[in-house]
Every structure is written in C-alpha cells, then in structure tokens.
Design a protein around this ligand. Structure first.
Ligand code: ADP
Length: 455
C-alpha cells in the first residue's frame, strides 16, 4: 500500500504530470473565459436588438392618431403585420375597452398576471411553459399600452450557442490534453532515459557514457556536462586508487625493515649483542620515516577540505618559517623578502609550500652551502624563490620530482630522510591557487624552485 502511495506521489511530481496538469488548467480557463465572453456578448446583443424593436414599436404607436377602439385596432394590425405572433400588444382604453393585436396576443395577455419576472432582467417575463417575452408598457392619452415581444427565437439561438460552446470546450480540452500529454512525455522522456542510464552506469567502465539527446537543449547540456564530470571523476578515482596502492607500498617498506630488525634482535640479540645498537638505529630511522609519511599523508587528505579563506601576510609567513627552521640549518641563509605582500587563501597552505621547499633545500645541500630565499611582487604576480647550492637535480628527473612518492635516484636519496610526497603537495597547493612552480639549475651547482602566484 505504502509503495503504491509513493509511486503515485512520485508520478504526481514528474515534469510530465505537472506540465500536463498546468496546460490543461490553462486551456480550460482560456476556453471557458472565451466561451463566456462570446455568450455574454451574444446575449447582450440580442437583448439590445429586442429593446430597439420595442422602442421602435412604442414610437410608432405613440405617433399614431388612434383614439377610438376601432382606430387602435387598425393601428395594432398595421404595426404587427410583419409577424403578429412575434409582437403582442394590448391596449386598455380609458373607457375600459380592451384591444389585442391578435388572437395569440389575447391568449398570452390572459396569462399576463401569472407571468414571472426575475430581478436582474426585469424586462423579460416568463410564461408557465418557460417562454420568454420582452415587456414594455406606456400610456398614450389615457390609454394604457403594453407590448410583449416574443424572445423564444433569441433564447433558442442562445441555447444553441451555449451547447456548441460546451461541445467545443470539451473537444478542445480532450484534444488539448492529449496533445499536451504527448508533448510533455516527449519532453520528459529524455530525462527518464537519462535517469535510467545513470542508474545502470558503471563508473569503473571508462567506455560507458550517457547518450546525448538531440532535444531538448537543456537535457542535452546536462548530459554533456554529466559526461564531462564522469571523465573527471574517473581520473580522480584512478588517481585515488593509484595513491592508495603507492601509499600502502611506501608504508610497507619501513614496516618490513622494522620487523626485520626486531626479528634479528630476537634471534641474535642474546648471542651477538653487538647487532642491537645498529638494529635499533634502523628501527628508530624507519619509524621516524613512517611517522613523517603518515603525517604527510594526513596533510594530503586535509588539503581538499574547504575552509574559509583569509588575507595572508606572505612576507611575514615566509620569514617566520625560515626562523622556525633556522635552528636546524647549518647552511648560510640569505633572505631577500619584500614586506607587505598579501595573498588571499588558507594560511596553512602557504606555510606548507614554504616549509617543504625550505626543508628540501636544507636536506639536499651540504652544510657549507648557501640557501637563498626571495619574495617579491610585480603588478600582477608574486614570485617566491628558494635557491640552494646543493646537489642539483638531473634534467631528466626534473618533471618527475613532482609526482607522489618519487625520489631522485633512491640510492642517492636513501641517505637523506624523505618520503617523496613533499613536492607533490607543493605543486597541488600552488595549482589550487592558479599558480605555477618551476625548477631550474643554479650554476655551478644547485637548484632553484620558483613559485609564481596570481595577485
Ligand atoms: P622528499 O621527501 O624525498 O624530499 P620531495 O617530494 O620533497 O620528497 O622531493 C622529491 C625528490 O626531489 C627528492 O627525493 C629529491 O630527490 C628531489 N629534490 C627535491 N628538492 C631538491 C633540492 N632542493 N635539491 C636536490 N634535489 C631535490
């Protein structure tokens, strides 16, 4: 029962149903208003023409010289000669004498006291057989003249117009409903197909897409946008899957190393205690690597969360980051920072950009080297440069270092603590702000990272 109810409710909410109902409503109102207007005008016209006929008759009778009964008789016959059953006249002379225009008139006037009158149209009287008569009465030199004009024909005409209007109204409603129903079905049909296709869509099958209908344009646009979204979603999904695989792989390596050394201590710790300090060193180093890796992975997850942006004092932030790292730096640091440079965004993001680049410069430059940090802006751009006199990056590796988990020459980097995530975070963040990052060589030795941000 509940299911039927929901389906009915759902049906009522469909565009097709809503469109049909509204169209039918509009159609009925339009046709009814039009019919009523036509009927109203016709009735008014017919009434007016009868009124005019009565006036003409009244004028003609008033202008006659009739005084005596005989003269009246002649005048009445003359005036009703066109149609004696249509114009019925009754004259009551001062003397009490009564004259009728015809036998029909006499018959109707006999019934006169019982004729019915309605408030709004008090000029129309109704017989017991529901025959309408227009009524007019006046006095001429003591004679009381009453005119009745038969309105049966007019009412018959109104009746015919009324039935015809009802018939046309019904026909238009039936035909109109059918047309609107079919039209709205055609309109919403493509939406129904789209819904079915979405339900059956397999996101991991890269070939599957929505069919793009020719009409209506709106649905065509939605289908196109949906397909574009699908492509983006699939790329995103693939990247995520790749990331999970890479991350698990990266996490497994230090864990395996830790377990290996723990087993070694267990097996040979007692008989060869000299292995313990070296193994513990490894365990310490690998667990630190794990800690750092987890920290960076968590950071990666946090990057996409939407937080309100603010105006960040980039000059101050970079200076503070350098200060923070300085205690660990054995290299000479040259600072060239223009003050008062602000950017719109999340402070954490700019801190991560600066920290990762500075940490790398520290890690890959020997103690006697130099690290130069520059920040300046021109009209439209902000430039942030971290330059070192370290080991440098071979040309063929330059593009790869921004990939997740990529480290230049594992054997070379193995001595230096790292995860291979830092630069991928930096690149992602810079691009989030429509900026760019470039890496170039420094001669004779070293690397320069240039971050450009739009002001
Ligand atoms: P990591 O944690 O290994 O430093 P990054 O993503 O920050 O990870 O860097 C990726 C790789 O790029 C590093 O492993 C290193 O080989 C290279 N690299 C990054 N910065 C520098 C630099 N300033 N000088 C030389 N090599 C660098």
């Amino acid at each position: 029962m509940k299911k039927i109810k929901t389906t009915l409710k759902q049906r009522k909410n469909t565009t097709q149903f809503q469109l049909t109902i509204r169209f039918i409503g509009l159609l009925i109102s339009a046709v009814l208003i039009l019919s009523l207007a036509i009927m109203g005008i016709t009735v008014a016209e017919l009434y007016e023409s009868t009124e005019k006929q009565a006036e003409l008759l009244e004028d003609s009778l008033k202008n006659s010289d009739a005084k005596e009964a005989k003269e009246w008789q002649e005048v009445l016959v003359k005036n009703t000669s066109k149609d004696s059953s249509l114009y019925l006249i009754y004259v009551q002379l001062n003397s009490g004498e009564v004259i009728y225009s015809s036998d029909d008139a006499e018959e109707v006037f006999q019934e006169f006291p019982q004729l019915k009158q309605f408030i709004l149209v008090d000029r129309i009287l109704w017989t017991s057989e529901i025959e309408p008569y227009y009524y007019e009465s006046f006095k001429k030199e003591g004679a009381k003249v009453t005119i009745l004009i038969d309105m049966e024909d007019q009412f018959e005409l109104i009746g015919r117009i009324f039935s015809l209007t009802i018939f046309i109204t019904l026909a238009v409603i039936v035909f109109g409903s059918l047309v609107t129903h079919r039209f709205s079905k055609k309109l919403s049909g493509s939406l129904v197909i789209m819904d079915e296709e979405i339900n059956q869509l397999n996101i991991s099958d890269s070939k599957q897409q929505l069919t793009i209908p020719k009409t209506p344009q709106e649905v065509q646009n939605i289908s196109k946008s949906f397909n574009q979204l699908l492509v983006k979603q699939r790329i995103y999904l693939k990247r995520e899957q790749q990331f999970v695989t890479d991350a698990s792989h990266e996490l497994r390596t230090p864990i395996a190393a830790i377990r290996g050394h723990v087993n070694l201590i267990k097996r040979r710790g007692v008989s060869h205690p000299e292995v313990i300090p070296t193994s513990l060193d490894y365990v310490d180093k690998e667990s630190k690597r794990l800690e750092l890796l987890v920290e960076k992975l968590l950071l990666l997850g946090r990057l996409d969360t939407q937080v309100d942006t603010e105006s960040v004092d980039l000059s101050l932030m970079i200076q503070q980051t350098v200060e923070e790292l300085k205690v660990m730096m054995s290299q000479e640091v040259i600072l060239n920072i223009e003050s008062g440079i602000f950017v719109e965004g999340q402070a954490e993001h700019f801190y991560q950009i600066a920290r990762n680049l500075l940490e790398n410069a520290m890690k890959y430059t020997d103690a006697a080297g130099t690290i130069t940090v520059e920040l300046f802006s021109d009209e439209a751009t902000i430039h942030f440069i971290v330059e070192d006199s370290g080991m440098g990056i071979p040309d063929e590796e330059k593009a790869k270092i921004f990939e997740r988990f990529y480290r230049v020459d594992q054997s070379r980097s193995s001595e230096i603590f790292g995860t291979g995530i830092g630069l991928s975070i930096v690149k992602e963040l810079v691009e989030k702000y429509q900026g760019a990052i470039a890496v170039t060589d420094v001669l004779p030795k070293g690397t320069r990272f240039v971050v450009t941000l739009v002001k």
